[in-house]
Design a protein around this ligand. Sequence first.
Ligand code: TPP
Length: 382
Amino acid sequence: MIEATQFLDAARRQGIDFFTGVPCSFLTPLMNAAISDARTCYVGATSEGEAVAIAAGAWLAGRETAVMFQNSGLGNAVNPITSLNHPFEIPSLMVVTWRGEPGLKDEPQHEMMGQITQSLLDLVGARRLDFPGQADEVEPCLAEATRLMGETGQPVALVQPKGAVASSGPLQDLPVKAGPRAEILDFGVDVPSARRIDTVETLASRLPEGAAIIATTGHTGRELFTLGDDPRNLYCVGSMGGASAIGLGAALNCEREIVVLDGDGAALMKLGNMATIGAQGPGNLTHVILDNGCHLSTGGQATVSPNVDFAGVAAACGYRFAARVCGIDAMKEAVEAALATPGPRLLHVKVSTDSVEGLGRPTVAPRDVARRFRAYLAGPSA
Ligand SMILES: Cc1ncc(C[n+]2csc(CCOP(=O)(O)OP(=O)(O)O)c2C)c(N)n1
């Protein structure tokens, strides 16, 4: 058995001081110690996949990260691990608990995952090391994990068995305080919606110098690329729904304005992300949901977005600016008003279903996109 502080101190010595995750009773000592320690940053996520994406965003902004969750949440994390960490070569330490360990008494819902946790981690390409069993194993374990992450650019997982960490001191957590609810603004009601590519162009040309843009999977990222490749752009070719969580991780760790281009389908897939953004409240984050009412990238199947007031959701989640926008002129006004207000900000922009002839695909490999984006975020902001 080890002490939580031994693990956290050793992690910090390796530069790992940004933690995110979803609780598990096996994780209580480690997670509560990370939350309570003023020298580490901890962001509670609504799902394990969100945590993986938040950590990726933090890494892009220069942090070294650890994600902690129960093995039952590994399923929730498979998509971002395989389509974000893997292609972009974004490393993160992953502490995954071992509920349902064969031979130990546990609940029936953990039995199957308990049998496949290690093989599932192997399958998704995470490198795996044994969780340190005693104090003198902690430092070498974290040093080796850091070496492996540097060498491979991939996550390294430690499967934490029951009782591996001694209970730590009392949890010192700051409860989330609900602030005043933002008034929902309307820009350009009852005007025809514009093409998404024109809307993105209008937005991109109005951003302050030094802003960065994170575009969701599918045609949105391809349209951003078609408008002009730039080191300030991150094209999320996978991790559907993860763009806003990546944006949160980045915004919390850099001064720059971070702009997320989301789709209605993608935003609905990970609606919990908005609750985390509202609670964390980064002033430099603008979340733009480009709502064409369908999954255009996969053939136009309807989403339920006509029934969803994203600006209302954002206001209810604690965003400080929330607006509904329709049309190019309205977009110009809305961007100006949004950027004059501290974030987080949400622009729910109705766009048409027109697609673009000859749409490009990012020609820069995801690995290189991630590294140039990380270098861009590290550079002097305007
Ligand atoms: C987890 C996951 N499920 C499904 C897909 C397939 N897929 C790619 S883009 C897309 C549609 C995204 O819809 P939306 O966010 O509304 O953007 P749009 O297609 O309209 O540009 C889907 C379903 C995927 N890439 N990942």
